[in-house]
Design a binder for this molecule. Structure first.
Ligand SMILES: C[S@@+](CC[C@H](N)C(=O)[O-])C[C@H]1O[C@@H](n2cnc3c(N)ncnc32)[C@H](O)[C@@H]1O
Length: 404
Protein backbone atom coordinates (compact mmCIF):
# COMPACT_ATOMS: atom_id res chain seq x y z
CA UNK A 1 0.00 0.00 0.00
CA UNK A 2 1.17 3.49 -0.80
CA UNK A 3 -0.24 6.89 -0.10
CA UNK A 4 0.33 9.61 -2.72
CA UNK A 5 -0.86 13.07 -3.69
CA UNK A 6 -1.98 13.37 -7.32
CA UNK A 7 -0.22 16.31 -8.95
CA UNK A 8 -1.65 16.44 -12.47
CA UNK A 9 -3.51 14.51 -15.17
CA UNK A 10 -1.65 12.64 -17.91
CA UNK A 11 -2.74 12.71 -21.53
CA UNK A 12 -5.06 9.69 -21.17
CA UNK A 13 -6.78 11.29 -18.19
CA UNK A 14 -5.08 9.23 -15.47
CA UNK A 15 -3.82 11.04 -12.38
CA UNK A 16 -0.04 11.29 -12.00
CA UNK A 17 1.93 11.60 -8.76
CA UNK A 18 5.09 13.73 -8.59
CA UNK A 19 7.27 10.68 -9.33
CA UNK A 20 5.20 9.70 -12.40
CA UNK A 21 3.21 6.95 -10.62
CA UNK A 22 -0.11 6.56 -12.46
CA UNK A 23 -3.31 6.79 -10.42
CA UNK A 24 -6.35 6.03 -12.57
CA UNK A 25 -9.66 7.64 -11.62
CA UNK A 26 -7.98 10.28 -9.43
CA UNK A 27 -7.79 14.05 -9.79
CA UNK A 28 -5.06 16.62 -9.08
CA UNK A 29 -4.97 17.60 -5.40
CA UNK A 30 -6.34 14.26 -4.18
CA UNK A 31 -4.50 12.13 -1.68
CA UNK A 32 -5.22 8.46 -2.27
CA UNK A 33 -4.09 5.13 -0.85
CA UNK A 34 -3.86 1.79 -2.60
CA UNK A 35 -1.68 -1.08 -3.80
CA UNK A 36 0.88 -0.47 -6.54
CA UNK A 37 1.63 -2.82 -9.43
CA UNK A 38 3.50 -2.08 -12.66
CA UNK A 39 3.75 1.67 -11.97
CA UNK A 40 0.00 2.00 -11.33
CA UNK A 41 -1.65 2.70 -7.99
CA UNK A 42 -5.19 1.34 -7.74
CA UNK A 43 -6.92 3.67 -5.25
CA UNK A 44 -8.90 1.89 -2.55
CA UNK A 45 -9.33 4.95 -0.35
CA UNK A 46 -9.50 8.70 -1.01
CA UNK A 47 -7.91 10.43 1.98
CA UNK A 48 -8.37 13.96 0.61
CA UNK A 49 -10.85 14.54 -2.23
CA UNK A 50 -10.44 17.23 -4.88
CA UNK A 51 -13.26 19.79 -4.98
CA UNK A 52 -13.80 18.90 -8.63
CA UNK A 53 -14.55 15.26 -7.80
CA UNK A 54 -18.13 14.37 -8.82
CA UNK A 55 -20.26 11.24 -8.79
CA UNK A 56 -19.78 9.67 -12.27
CA UNK A 57 -23.10 9.97 -14.10
CA UNK A 58 -22.80 6.62 -15.92
CA UNK A 59 -23.37 3.31 -14.13
CA UNK A 60 -20.66 1.66 -16.27
CA UNK A 61 -17.91 4.17 -15.46
CA UNK A 62 -14.86 2.55 -13.95
CA UNK A 63 -15.42 -0.88 -15.51
CA UNK A 64 -16.08 0.29 -19.09
CA UNK A 65 -13.04 1.62 -20.95
CA UNK A 66 -15.06 4.06 -23.04
CA UNK A 67 -14.77 7.10 -20.75
CA UNK A 68 -11.71 8.19 -18.78
CA UNK A 69 -12.92 11.24 -16.88
CA UNK A 70 -16.49 11.06 -15.64
CA UNK A 71 -15.32 11.59 -12.06
CA UNK A 72 -14.34 15.22 -12.81
CA UNK A 73 -16.72 18.17 -13.01
CA UNK A 74 -17.47 19.67 -16.43
CA UNK A 75 -15.81 22.90 -15.29
CA UNK A 76 -12.61 21.11 -14.34
CA UNK A 77 -12.47 19.23 -17.64
CA UNK A 78 -13.02 22.36 -19.70
CA UNK A 79 -10.27 24.20 -17.83
CA UNK A 80 -7.93 21.20 -18.20
CA UNK A 81 -8.51 21.01 -21.97
CA UNK A 82 -7.98 24.77 -22.39
CA UNK A 83 -4.76 24.52 -20.40
CA UNK A 84 -3.56 21.63 -22.58
CA UNK A 85 -4.01 23.86 -25.65
CA UNK A 86 -2.37 26.88 -23.98
CA UNK A 87 0.60 24.74 -22.85
CA UNK A 88 1.13 23.32 -26.34
CA UNK A 89 1.09 26.84 -27.82
CA UNK A 90 3.46 28.18 -25.17
CA UNK A 91 5.88 25.29 -25.80
CA UNK A 92 6.25 26.63 -29.37
CA UNK A 93 6.52 30.25 -28.20
CA UNK A 94 3.02 31.08 -29.52
CA UNK A 95 0.73 33.50 -27.75
CA UNK A 96 -2.96 33.33 -28.65
CA UNK A 97 -6.24 33.71 -26.89
CA UNK A 98 -7.75 30.31 -26.10
CA UNK A 99 -11.54 30.55 -26.15
CA UNK A 100 -14.06 28.73 -23.97
CA UNK A 101 -14.53 25.01 -24.57
CA UNK A 102 -17.59 23.93 -26.53
CA UNK A 103 -18.47 20.40 -25.46
CA UNK A 104 -20.80 18.14 -27.44
CA UNK A 105 -23.75 17.03 -25.28
CA UNK A 106 -24.11 13.56 -23.75
CA UNK A 107 -25.46 10.85 -26.08
CA UNK A 108 -24.26 12.70 -29.19
CA UNK A 109 -21.45 10.55 -30.60
CA UNK A 110 -22.73 9.25 -33.91
CA UNK A 111 -20.13 6.52 -34.26
CA UNK A 112 -19.04 3.85 -31.82
CA UNK A 113 -16.69 0.90 -32.07
CA UNK A 114 -18.20 -2.08 -30.27
CA UNK A 115 -16.39 -5.28 -29.45
CA UNK A 116 -18.42 -8.45 -30.04
CA UNK A 117 -17.42 -12.01 -29.21
CA UNK A 118 -19.05 -15.41 -29.40
CA UNK A 119 -19.61 -16.98 -26.02
CA UNK A 120 -20.92 -20.35 -24.87
CA UNK A 121 -24.32 -18.81 -24.26
CA UNK A 122 -24.44 -16.76 -27.48
CA UNK A 123 -22.48 -13.52 -27.77
CA UNK A 124 -21.13 -10.62 -25.72
CA UNK A 125 -21.33 -7.08 -27.11
CA UNK A 126 -20.08 -3.86 -25.55
CA UNK A 127 -16.98 -1.77 -25.07
CA UNK A 128 -13.64 -3.09 -23.89
CA UNK A 129 -13.11 -2.76 -20.16
CA UNK A 130 -10.62 -0.33 -18.69
CA UNK A 131 -7.29 -1.76 -19.82
CA UNK A 132 -8.70 -5.25 -20.26
CA UNK A 133 -9.93 -7.43 -23.08
CA UNK A 134 -13.14 -8.09 -21.17
CA UNK A 135 -16.29 -6.86 -22.96
CA UNK A 136 -18.53 -4.67 -20.81
CA UNK A 137 -22.17 -4.37 -21.82
CA UNK A 138 -23.24 -0.72 -21.84
CA UNK A 139 -27.05 -0.51 -21.99
CA UNK A 140 -27.03 2.86 -20.22
CA UNK A 141 -24.15 4.46 -22.16
CA UNK A 142 -24.31 8.27 -21.90
CA UNK A 143 -21.74 8.94 -24.59
CA UNK A 144 -23.19 7.67 -27.86
CA UNK A 145 -26.46 8.15 -29.68
CA UNK A 146 -29.16 5.78 -28.33
CA UNK A 147 -29.65 4.35 -31.85
CA UNK A 148 -26.13 2.92 -31.62
CA UNK A 149 -26.76 1.39 -28.22
CA UNK A 150 -29.94 -0.18 -29.59
CA UNK A 151 -27.80 -2.08 -32.15
CA UNK A 152 -26.29 -4.38 -29.48
CA UNK A 153 -28.69 -7.32 -30.01
CA UNK A 154 -28.15 -7.15 -33.80
CA UNK A 155 -24.38 -7.03 -33.29
CA UNK A 156 -24.69 -10.12 -31.10
CA UNK A 157 -26.29 -11.88 -34.10
CA UNK A 158 -23.41 -10.68 -36.30
CA UNK A 159 -20.95 -12.16 -33.78
CA UNK A 160 -22.91 -15.41 -33.55
CA UNK A 161 -22.60 -16.02 -37.30
CA UNK A 162 -19.33 -14.23 -38.10
CA UNK A 163 -16.93 -14.24 -35.15
CA UNK A 164 -14.22 -16.86 -34.99
CA UNK A 165 -14.00 -19.07 -31.89
CA UNK A 166 -11.36 -16.99 -30.16
CA UNK A 167 -11.16 -13.39 -31.37
CA UNK A 168 -13.50 -10.43 -30.82
CA UNK A 169 -15.06 -8.56 -33.72
CA UNK A 170 -14.47 -4.84 -34.04
CA UNK A 171 -17.81 -3.39 -35.12
CA UNK A 172 -17.76 0.25 -36.20
CA UNK A 173 -21.34 1.50 -36.14
CA UNK A 174 -22.23 4.88 -37.61
CA UNK A 175 -25.60 6.57 -37.62
CA UNK A 176 -26.55 7.58 -41.16
CA UNK A 177 -29.65 8.98 -42.85
CA UNK A 178 -30.54 5.45 -43.97
CA UNK A 179 -30.07 3.89 -40.53
CA UNK A 180 -27.05 2.12 -39.07
CA UNK A 181 -23.93 1.76 -41.19
CA UNK A 182 -21.97 -1.20 -39.78
CA UNK A 183 -18.37 -2.14 -40.64
CA UNK A 184 -16.97 -5.32 -39.13
CA UNK A 185 -13.34 -6.36 -38.86
CA UNK A 186 -11.62 -9.33 -37.26
CA UNK A 187 -14.18 -12.01 -38.17
CA UNK A 188 -14.23 -15.24 -40.14
CA UNK A 189 -13.17 -15.14 -43.80
CA UNK A 190 -16.07 -14.11 -46.01
CA UNK A 191 -17.31 -17.12 -48.00
CA UNK A 192 -20.64 -17.64 -49.78
CA UNK A 193 -22.29 -19.19 -46.71
CA UNK A 194 -21.23 -16.42 -44.34
CA UNK A 195 -22.28 -13.80 -46.88
CA UNK A 196 -25.77 -15.32 -47.03
CA UNK A 197 -26.07 -15.37 -43.26
CA UNK A 198 -24.83 -11.79 -42.93
CA UNK A 199 -27.34 -10.57 -45.53
CA UNK A 200 -30.06 -12.21 -43.43
CA UNK A 201 -28.82 -10.60 -40.22
CA UNK A 202 -28.54 -7.15 -41.86
CA UNK A 203 -32.07 -7.45 -43.26
CA UNK A 204 -33.59 -8.58 -39.96
CA UNK A 205 -31.78 -5.79 -38.07
CA UNK A 206 -32.69 -3.15 -40.65
CA UNK A 207 -29.08 -2.00 -41.08
CA UNK A 208 -28.57 0.51 -43.88
CA UNK A 209 -25.31 -1.25 -44.79
CA UNK A 210 -23.21 -4.08 -43.46
CA UNK A 211 -19.58 -4.29 -44.59
CA UNK A 212 -17.11 -7.08 -43.80
CA UNK A 213 -13.44 -6.07 -43.67
CA UNK A 214 -14.30 -3.01 -45.78
CA UNK A 215 -16.38 -4.93 -48.35
CA UNK A 216 -20.12 -4.13 -48.40
CA UNK A 217 -22.08 -7.40 -48.13
CA UNK A 218 -25.54 -5.85 -47.80
CA UNK A 219 -26.74 -2.34 -48.66
CA UNK A 220 -30.43 -1.96 -47.93
CA UNK A 221 -30.51 1.83 -48.03
CA UNK A 222 -27.76 4.34 -48.82
CA UNK A 223 -25.89 5.06 -45.55
CA UNK A 224 -25.75 8.73 -46.48
CA UNK A 225 -24.56 11.67 -44.42
CA UNK A 226 -25.97 15.15 -44.96
CA UNK A 227 -23.02 17.49 -45.48
CA UNK A 228 -24.15 21.05 -46.14
CA UNK A 229 -26.39 20.86 -49.22
CA UNK A 230 -24.98 17.49 -50.30
CA UNK A 231 -25.72 13.89 -49.37
CA UNK A 232 -22.55 11.85 -49.20
CA UNK A 233 -22.30 8.08 -48.86
CA UNK A 234 -18.90 7.48 -47.24
CA UNK A 235 -17.01 4.26 -47.89
CA UNK A 236 -17.30 1.77 -44.99
CA UNK A 237 -15.46 2.95 -41.88
CA UNK A 238 -14.41 6.29 -43.42
CA UNK A 239 -13.46 9.18 -41.14
CA UNK A 240 -16.37 11.33 -39.93
CA UNK A 241 -16.40 14.03 -37.27
CA UNK A 242 -17.53 12.40 -34.04
CA UNK A 243 -20.68 14.44 -33.36
CA UNK A 244 -23.02 16.51 -35.52
CA UNK A 245 -22.66 19.36 -32.98
CA UNK A 246 -18.85 19.23 -33.15
CA UNK A 247 -18.90 19.13 -36.94
CA UNK A 248 -21.23 22.15 -37.08
CA UNK A 249 -18.91 24.12 -34.78
CA UNK A 250 -15.84 23.16 -36.82
CA UNK A 251 -17.57 24.02 -40.11
CA UNK A 252 -18.56 27.43 -38.69
CA UNK A 253 -14.96 28.05 -37.59
CA UNK A 254 -13.56 27.03 -40.99
CA UNK A 255 -16.15 29.12 -42.87
CA UNK A 256 -15.26 32.13 -40.76
CA UNK A 257 -11.57 31.29 -41.13
CA UNK A 258 -11.53 31.36 -44.93
CA UNK A 259 -13.78 34.44 -44.92
CA UNK A 260 -14.60 35.75 -48.38
CA UNK A 261 -11.98 33.68 -50.24
CA UNK A 262 -13.26 32.62 -53.66
CA UNK A 263 -10.80 29.79 -54.26
CA UNK A 264 -10.02 27.47 -51.38
CA UNK A 265 -7.84 24.37 -51.03
CA UNK A 266 -9.30 21.88 -48.52
CA UNK A 267 -6.31 19.81 -47.41
CA UNK A 268 -6.96 16.46 -45.69
CA UNK A 269 -10.51 16.83 -46.96
CA UNK A 270 -11.95 13.41 -46.03
CA UNK A 271 -15.49 13.05 -47.39
CA UNK A 272 -15.94 16.81 -47.64
CA UNK A 273 -17.08 17.97 -44.19
CA UNK A 274 -15.55 21.36 -44.98
CA UNK A 275 -15.22 21.29 -48.78
CA UNK A 276 -18.96 20.88 -49.42
CA UNK A 277 -20.18 23.65 -47.05
CA UNK A 278 -17.40 25.94 -48.32
CA UNK A 279 -18.55 25.28 -51.91
CA UNK A 280 -21.70 27.27 -51.15
CA UNK A 281 -19.53 30.38 -51.56
CA UNK A 282 -16.18 29.35 -53.07
CA UNK A 283 -14.57 27.04 -55.60
CA UNK A 284 -12.89 24.27 -53.65
CA UNK A 285 -10.07 21.87 -54.48
CA UNK A 286 -10.30 18.94 -52.04
CA UNK A 287 -7.10 16.98 -51.46
CA UNK A 288 -7.02 13.77 -49.43
CA UNK A 289 -5.02 10.55 -49.26
CA UNK A 290 -7.98 8.18 -49.52
CA UNK A 291 -9.37 7.94 -53.07
CA UNK A 292 -12.59 6.20 -51.96
CA UNK A 293 -13.46 9.09 -49.64
CA UNK A 294 -12.86 11.55 -52.45
CA UNK A 295 -15.08 9.51 -54.79
CA UNK A 296 -17.85 9.80 -52.18
CA UNK A 297 -17.25 13.54 -51.87
CA UNK A 298 -17.34 13.95 -55.65
CA UNK A 299 -20.58 11.95 -56.01
CA UNK A 300 -22.14 14.02 -53.22
CA UNK A 301 -21.14 17.25 -54.94
CA UNK A 302 -22.51 16.07 -58.30
CA UNK A 303 -25.87 15.25 -56.74
CA UNK A 304 -26.18 18.57 -54.89
CA UNK A 305 -27.69 21.80 -56.15
CA UNK A 306 -26.37 25.32 -55.84
CA UNK A 307 -22.74 24.52 -55.11
CA UNK A 308 -19.72 26.01 -56.84
CA UNK A 309 -17.17 23.77 -58.48
CA UNK A 310 -15.43 21.18 -56.31
CA UNK A 311 -12.45 19.29 -57.72
CA UNK A 312 -10.71 16.40 -55.96
CA UNK A 313 -7.17 15.06 -55.91
CA UNK A 314 -5.96 11.89 -54.17
CA UNK A 315 -2.55 12.64 -52.80
CA UNK A 316 -0.30 11.81 -49.86
CA UNK A 317 0.17 15.24 -48.32
CA UNK A 318 2.91 14.06 -45.97
CA UNK A 319 5.15 13.00 -48.84
CA UNK A 320 3.83 15.28 -51.55
CA UNK A 321 2.32 18.42 -50.02
CA UNK A 322 0.73 20.94 -52.37
CA UNK A 323 3.74 23.07 -53.35
CA UNK A 324 3.86 26.88 -53.41
CA UNK A 325 3.39 26.93 -57.21
CA UNK A 326 0.31 24.69 -56.93
CA UNK A 327 -1.04 26.78 -54.06
CA UNK A 328 -0.71 30.02 -56.05
CA UNK A 329 -4.31 29.85 -57.32
CA UNK A 330 -5.87 29.67 -53.83
CA UNK A 331 -6.67 32.59 -51.56
CA UNK A 332 -7.17 30.38 -48.53
CA UNK A 333 -6.58 26.84 -47.33
CA UNK A 334 -8.50 24.69 -44.87
CA UNK A 335 -6.25 22.24 -43.06
CA UNK A 336 -7.45 19.28 -40.96
CA UNK A 337 -4.69 16.67 -40.72
CA UNK A 338 -4.58 13.48 -38.63
CA UNK A 339 -2.86 13.48 -35.22
CA UNK A 340 0.62 13.61 -36.75
CA UNK A 341 -0.17 17.09 -38.08
CA UNK A 342 0.80 18.60 -41.42
CA UNK A 343 4.40 19.68 -41.09
CA UNK A 344 5.38 19.30 -44.75
CA UNK A 345 2.18 21.01 -45.89
CA UNK A 346 2.67 23.84 -43.37
CA UNK A 347 6.17 24.44 -44.75
CA UNK A 348 4.80 24.62 -48.30
CA UNK A 349 2.02 26.99 -47.18
CA UNK A 350 4.58 29.13 -45.39
CA UNK A 351 6.56 29.45 -48.61
CA UNK A 352 3.43 30.15 -50.71
CA UNK A 353 1.39 33.29 -51.33
CA UNK A 354 -1.76 31.85 -49.67
CA UNK A 355 -2.96 34.51 -47.24
CA UNK A 356 -5.19 32.54 -44.88
CA UNK A 357 -5.20 29.10 -43.29
CA UNK A 358 -8.27 27.82 -41.41
CA UNK A 359 -6.78 25.05 -39.29
CA UNK A 360 -8.51 22.25 -37.41
CA UNK A 361 -6.60 19.78 -35.28
CA UNK A 362 -7.12 16.88 -32.90
CA UNK A 363 -3.61 17.26 -31.47
CA UNK A 364 -2.58 20.55 -29.84
CA UNK A 365 1.14 19.59 -29.96
CA UNK A 366 1.32 18.97 -33.72
CA UNK A 367 -0.98 21.94 -34.34
CA UNK A 368 1.34 24.24 -32.37
CA UNK A 369 4.39 22.92 -34.21
CA UNK A 370 2.74 23.57 -37.61
CA UNK A 371 1.30 26.94 -36.55
CA UNK A 372 4.78 28.03 -35.45
CA UNK A 373 6.04 27.33 -38.99
CA UNK A 374 3.34 29.60 -40.41
CA UNK A 375 3.87 32.30 -37.77
CA UNK A 376 7.61 32.35 -38.53
CA UNK A 377 6.65 33.04 -42.17
CA UNK A 378 4.50 36.06 -41.27
CA UNK A 379 1.10 34.56 -40.38
CA UNK A 380 -0.68 35.76 -37.27
CA UNK A 381 -2.43 33.20 -35.11
CA UNK A 382 -5.95 34.29 -34.15
CA UNK A 383 -8.02 33.10 -31.20
CA UNK A 384 -8.02 29.32 -30.76
CA UNK A 385 -11.41 27.66 -30.29
CA UNK A 386 -11.52 24.44 -28.30
CA UNK A 387 -14.24 22.19 -29.71
CA UNK A 388 -14.66 19.10 -27.60
CA UNK A 389 -16.38 16.24 -29.39
CA UNK A 390 -14.86 13.75 -26.98
CA UNK A 391 -16.67 14.45 -23.74
CA UNK A 392 -15.27 12.62 -20.69
CA UNK A 393 -12.05 11.74 -22.53
CA UNK A 394 -8.53 13.15 -22.65
CA UNK A 395 -8.91 14.16 -26.33
CA UNK A 396 -8.77 17.82 -27.28
CA UNK A 397 -9.77 19.39 -30.61
CA UNK A 398 -9.29 22.93 -31.78
CA UNK A 399 -9.83 25.33 -34.65
CA UNK A 400 -7.93 28.52 -35.41
CA UNK A 401 -7.37 31.05 -38.17
CA UNK A 402 -3.91 32.04 -39.31
CA UNK A 403 -3.65 35.03 -41.62
CA UNK A 404 -0.78 37.05 -43.04
C1 LIG B 1 -8.97 14.49 -39.18
S1 LIG B 1 -9.45 13.77 -40.71
C2 LIG B 1 -10.30 15.12 -41.44
C3 LIG B 1 -11.19 14.81 -42.60
C4 LIG B 1 -12.19 15.90 -42.98
N1 LIG B 1 -11.58 17.20 -43.01
C5 LIG B 1 -13.39 15.89 -42.06
O1 LIG B 1 -13.55 16.84 -41.29
O2 LIG B 1 -14.18 14.95 -42.11
C6 LIG B 1 -7.94 13.67 -41.53
C7 LIG B 1 -7.98 13.16 -42.93
O3 LIG B 1 -6.65 13.11 -43.43
C8 LIG B 1 -6.52 11.99 -44.26
N2 LIG B 1 -5.08 11.66 -44.33
C9 LIG B 1 -4.36 10.99 -43.40
N3 LIG B 1 -3.06 10.95 -43.78
C10 LIG B 1 -2.98 11.60 -44.97
C11 LIG B 1 -1.91 11.89 -45.87
N4 LIG B 1 -0.67 11.49 -45.60
N5 LIG B 1 -2.20 12.59 -46.98
C12 LIG B 1 -3.45 13.00 -47.26
N6 LIG B 1 -4.50 12.75 -46.44
C13 LIG B 1 -4.28 12.05 -45.31
C14 LIG B 1 -7.40 10.94 -43.64
O4 LIG B 1 -7.80 9.97 -44.60
C15 LIG B 1 -8.56 11.77 -43.11
O5 LIG B 1 -9.60 11.83 -44.04
Amino acid sequence: MREVRVERLGLRGDGLAADGLRVPLALPGEVVRGPVADGVLAPVEILEAAPELVEPPCPHFGTCGGCALQHASDGFLAAWKREAVARALAAQGLAAEVGPVRVSPPRSRRRAVFAARRTRKGAAVGFHGRRSAEIVDVPGCLLVRPELIAARPALAEVARVGASRSGALRCTVTLSEGGLDVEVAGGKPLDAGLRRELVGVAGAAGFARLAWEGEPVATLRPPAQRIGRARVTPPPGAFLQATAEGEAALVAAVREGVGGARRVADLFAGCGAFALPLAEAAEVHAVEGDAAMLAALDAGWRGAEGLRRVTTEARDLFRRPLLPGELARFEAAALDPPRAGAEAQARALAASKVGVAAAVSCNPASFARDAAILVAAGFRLGAVEVIDQFRWSGHVELAARLAR
